[in-house]
Design a binder for this molecule. Structure first.
Ligand code: MGD
Ligand code: MGD
Ligand code: SF4
Ligand code: MO
Length: 674
């Protein structure tokens, strides 16, 4: 008999869909969208409809295993959980004795994880042994640094309010692929007469959605935004009353922006000055006007400056204070999760390692050296910059590597011990969101496959085997603790009731969705949602971004490597997740003019290369990628290219100035026939 169950998509996607899962004879038969999260509206992406292909696929990890061949060869033999945990505990103990805790590096990002599968027993283990700490910088670090510095963790405009905007700037975001539940509201805005500008090196949406397209060269957004601010001042589009009441540092920003004439910014961004002016003018004239800031503009050397300058626009132009005005970036500030409470033990002040420099950290001398690497909730061999350096590091004979995943990822092939994880259909997960507002709970709908186990249990097992008495909550008690660690004003359980999480859990089990209690139905910036700073003011010249927050560094291209390789999200994967089954024909995309200059034909096998590596795939000629830019999908697996290398093989491990963010789109390459 088929049965239906409520669930939640945990993947690293702002939409955080509520799901309806149909099971039959203990197997998942179908996954669709429900309406528990009102923004899901009963539909989901094709990727997650196909999620059973991950659960039951040939790449699924079903048992703990031990390496049985050379590193990276992917030959493993089955062992028991007891043996796996025993080996990890014994090896960690030996490393601790010889080199100290910092010789162990936990490696995770956890974008596709909620409050239970990251930051609980795992964090307790690594804090307890004094392991190196990881700076989680592969994504959102520059955006977070810039938005916190300007607006102090202010909540974002929610999707439905997009429908009210008369003008929307979609800046470095690709909602058609990475935020599909925003699309209906963009469409509604257009149908109500609103206009949309897209600022992106690619034309990612059809002309049905886009009125103005500014195909900026990657890494130049800061210059463009500053030029817009300068132009706003010249055309009388600066809201001085707002600036004086609600901001500081605005005079210095205006002064800086004056130096960025339209012509100067146009030359840097390789666009037309009049097109920058047109967008600024349309923005100034529209009421309400909205900025959708994505993550595409942060992934370069100028990440913080670009995001800061773009986010300053609504303050300069006075676009806050009404529904449909302001900016949308992330909803996460609203949740205010107390990470320390969730971890259960205080953070140890051990050394911090920037995850974007994994290859270097493994290969270069550090004190102490990294001897034990524990990878979970992450697939660094394909998602972290400088693939070849990481590969070389993972091949080190004296490195003990544990990989804990649901499937045999490219990173997993380099493990000494391989551990099988459950998926969200097999374990309990508590999800907040970075796009929508509300907490949801997913509980198992099928038993774990094979011997797969949830993270919380596995790190608990290792804690026990190492004899660490952490005294922290586990199981149902941990779930209550996680709910209590959420600080936002959730309906059905604030104040004393929230303190234990029990009341929230009861409400959540009944209603499946804990919405927020804003002073209105949706947050309105500078009306019901404010910067969490002492005076509730925005700081447009924040010291946290350095002495000069708006420095724009030159393009890293050279005569040998003039093309900018970008590798943003696609509709096939979430980062590299689901890549095991969801890619068939991976191509590198190039503008017809660049292809003609190189005498390359559509479909031809080509080689993209620079001093760091090469990627061999076939070419797709696409006029929607701007000249001078080439595109490879983010999150492809080594098997998808002819030489077993992905886009990150061409990405330098340079990091952004303030937050150490990844510079994926600073890869500069040449492309020629293979
Ligand atoms: N289907 C799907 N959805 C996803 C993901 C996925 O992999 N697949 N990933 C999730 C994750 S982890 C994240 S962080 C978000 C990211 O979601 P987005 O905010 O959409 O970020 P990106 O996909 O990196 O890039 C967005 C756009 O920026 C453009 N771009 C690249 N460089 C620049 C630049 O320098 N300036 C400007 N203006 N534009 C630039 C790219 O062409 C791309 O169209 O999406 C999430 N949603
Ligand atoms: N070329 C290029 N690369 C990029 C980017 C880019 O723009 N260009 N952008 C980057 C971005 S935005 C991001 S966020 C990063 C993300 O990079 P990663 O953090 O590596 O994300 P994924 O590739 O999704 O890998 C997550 C892994 O965790 C596993 N996993 C999921 N849930 C669990 C669980 O409960 N337990 C365990 N043990 N494992 C689990 C999944 O199976 C998957 O293999 O990638 C970055 N990589
Ligand atoms: S990946 Fe995004 S769009 Fe797809 S089901 Fe999950 S939350 Fe929804
Ligand atoms: Mo991300």
């Amino acid at each position: 008999m088929p049965a239906t169950h409520h669930s939640v998509c945990p993947l690293d996607c702002p939409d955080r869909c509520s799901l309806e899962v149909t099971t039959e004879n203990g197997r998942v038969a179908a996954i669709t969208g429900s309406r528990v999260n009102p923004l899901t509206g009963g539909f989901i992406c094709a990727k997650v409809r196909d999620f059973p292909r991950r659960v039951y696929g040939k790449d699924r990890l079903l048992h703990p295993m031990r390496r049985a061949g050379a590193k990276g060869a992917g030959r493993f033999e089955r062992i028991s959980w007891d043996e796996a945990a025993g080996t990890i505990a014994a090896t960690f103990r030996a490393i601790l004795e010889t080199h100290g805790g910092e010789a162990i590096l936990p490696f995770y990002y956890g974008g596709s994880n909620g409050l239970l599968t990251q930051g609980t027993t795992d964090e307790r283990l690594f804090r307890s042994i004094g392991a190196s700490r990881l700076a989680r910088t592969v994504c959102a670090a520059p955006t977070g640094a810039a938005s916190d510095a300007l607006y102090g963790k202010m909540a974002s405009v929610d999707f439905p309010d997009f429908a009210r905007a008369r003008f929307i700037m979609v800046w470095g975001a690709n909602p058609k692929h990475s935020n599909i539940h925003l699309m209906p509201y963009l469409k509604a805005a257009r149908e109500a007469g609103g206009r949309v500008a897209l600022i992106d090196p690619r034309l990612t949406m059809s002309r049905r959605y886009v009125d103005l397209h500014l195909p900026v060269f990657p890494g130049t957004d800061g210059a463009v935004a500053l030029a817009m601010i300068g132009h706003l001042e010249r055309i009388g589009g600066v809201d001085r009353a707002f600036l004086e009441t609600h901001t500081t540092g605005w005079e210095k920003l205006l002064e800086r922006a004056r130096a960025w004439t339209l012509e100067r910014a146009a030359a840097v961004a390789r666009v037309e000055a009049r097109d920058i002016a047109a967008i600024a003018e349309a923005y100034a004239a529209a009421d309400p006007a909205l900025l959708r800031c994505g993550w595409g503009l942060e992934r370069n050397r100028n990440g913080e400056a670009a995001v800061a300058a773009a986010l300053a626009l609504p303050a300069i132009a006075g676009k806050f204070g009404k529904p449909g005005g302001g900016y949308a970036l992330t909803s996460s500030p609203a949740y205010r999760v107390d990470d320390d409470r969730l971890a259960g033990v205080p953070e140890a002040k051990t050394r911090v390692i920037n995850m974007n420099r994994l290859g270097r950290v493994l290969l270069e001398e550090t004190t102490p050296p990294v001897k034990g690497l524990f990878v979970y909730n992450c697939n660094p061999l394909v998602t972290v910059p400088d693939q070849n350096r990481i590969r070389k590091g993972l091949l080190r004979d004296d490195l003990f590597t544990v990989v804990f995943d649901q499937v045999t990822t490219d990173t997993a092939l380099y493990a000494d011990i391989l551990l099988p994880a459950t998926t969200f259909l097999e374990h309990t997960e508590l999800s907040t969101s970075y796009g929508t507002y509300g907490v949801m709970l997913g509980e198992p709908v099928i038993p774990p496959l094979g011997e797969a186990r949830p993270n919380e249990e596995v790190f608990g097992l290792i804690l026990d085997r190492m004899g660490i008495e952490d005294g922290g909550a586990r199981g149902e008690a941990l779930l209550r603790e996680a709910l209590a660690a959420i600080g936002g004003a959730l309906k059905g359980g604030a104040g004393a009731a929230a303190a234990t999480g029990a009341a929230r859990l009861e409400t959540l089990r009944r209603d499946r969705f804990l919405p927020f209690d804003f002073p209105g139905p949706l947050p309105v910036q500078f009306k019901t949602a404010f910067p969490r700073t002492p005076e509730r003011k925005a700081d447009l010249w924040p010291a946290a971004l350095g002495e000069d927050p708006y420095v724009i560094r030159d393009d890293p291209g050279s005569e040998r490597y003039p093309l900018a390789l970008i590798s943003p999200a696609t509709d096939r994967t979430i980062s590299s997740t689901l890549g095991e089954f969801n890619h068939t024909d991976v191509r590198i995309e190039m503008h017809p003019r660049d292809a003609a200059a190189r005498r390359l034909a559509d479909g031809q096998p080509v080689r993209a290369h620079n001093d760091l590596g090469e990627v061999r795939v076939r070419l797709r000629i696409n006029p929607e990628v701007r000249p001078g830019v080439v595109f490879l999908p983010k999150g492809i697996w080594n098997r998808h290219t002819q030489n077993g290398s992905v886009g990150t093989a061409l990405v330098p491990d340079d990091v952004s100035a303030v937050s150490g963010g990844a510079c994926f789109n600073d890869a500069r390459v040449e492309v020629g026939p293979a």
